[in-house]
Design a protein around this ligand. Sequence first.
Ligand code: C5P
Ligand code: ZN
Length: 484
Amino acid sequence: MSVSNQQIADLTKDATEAANLILEHIENGDVIHVSSHVDADGISAGGIMGKALLRAGAMFRLRLERWMDEKVADRIAEENAALTIFTDMGSGYLDLLGERLAKKDVIILDHHQPVAEAPSSFVQVNPHTHGIDGTRDISGSGVAYFAAKALDKKNIDLACLAVVGALGDLQDKNKERKLGGVNKVIVQDAVKSGFLEVETDLMFFGRETRPIHQALARTTNPFIPEISGEEDKSLAFLVNLGIKPKRNDTWRALRDLSSDEKKTLLSAIADHLVSKGLGGDIVSDLVGDVYTLTTEEPWTPLRDAREFSVLLNATGRMDKAGLGAAICMGDRKKCLEQATQVIQDYRGTITRYLRWVTEKPERLEEMESIYVVRGDGFIDEKVLSPVCTILSTTLTQLGKPIIAYATISGEDQVKISSRGSEPLIQKGLNLGDIMQFAAEKYSGRGGGHDVAAGAQVPIKNVEAFLKLVNDSVKKQLAGEQIGN
Ligand code: C5P
Ligand code: ZN
């Protein structure tokens, strides 16, 4: 969607109000509490805010939260900070936060759909309040970047982190695989600052630095059965096509392929997808804008912005979000070594679960209007969300949203993730509304974006919840209101 200059000016005005409040508290010598979401966008957002506060000489603590609920909101309220800043979270829980923090200074830098009016003491910067699409046109880290830039123009070097965050939230999930809307302005800032380069090409991971079969195996958007996560099979696939993986004794990288070889590879992947019962045209997802962080070392996972976002996601999912935030704030060496190990563990875990789901057709259970993956007892709830995202990248052709759930250890709750597709959104699907409505009906909490949303509900209510989700999807796609 295109965004007008007026909308950007409105967002900037709110961000400036937030920045002024932050400066006031810094001058008072207050300790500022920052809470951010634990996914790639949330970690980037927290990193941007953390770095901006550090530069401004603020005293602050940064905490990365798995989700928001009564317990978390109570804990944050007990911290009794003079100023609490929420990044990439908050707008979906204005009711909860309003009850507990109404008398405090609170800043919300978020892109989730606001569920209620913000109390007058809150400064909320949110694209939705200006008619900007928070799902595609700007992410939580983008909003945090606007506030950071309003704090100090020098923070323009943090724009590339907002690009990483937006890609982490799949805001490039369009035909051209390109960031648009307000993100375009952020990309321009990042390029202007000298930290980012953009070009259109094949988007396999590590296209400059890895042997082709490894780059192929690391690519999960779209998820290509028997290639994603499978280096040996990827190598065999290339050899079968007559694409030489080595020149002399050296592995070739994707950049070494001729344009004919690239075409051969793409059309073979399309055929392969069709042979797996999937639409060959999702292969177009493999061509798009490539965002390169030019000051990062070429052989690190930080060089390609999409790979950077996967690294952050991995740290978040594997309980090492602090490591991700430290990298965003500039730590390298030891932190990067540790994060590289985390990402390997994470890839292994996800590949195992994806194999589990795809090896038996009944594990992707078809209901009238949705697909359900019952991961309870098998999928670790911490990686449910990326597993669901990766599955959804191949399911666009199936024409129904996917809902996956897993048990939360130590609690009698399940975590639910849901993902839709662009054509379904065009027909009226809004998973954020459905997750919120169905979870609240069954003693849980839910919310999120039209295309990606989540919930937590008591285990005993899962069946009823799924049935209501199924009915609600059917209603929305028929143009009816849910809840009637
Ligand atoms: O957890 P998952 O990645 O599936 O969530 C998808 C989106 O839904 C995220 O943006 C998340 O913040 C949001 N969400 C929410 N409320 C929940 C669970 C998820 O707003 N209870
Ligand atoms: Zn986000």
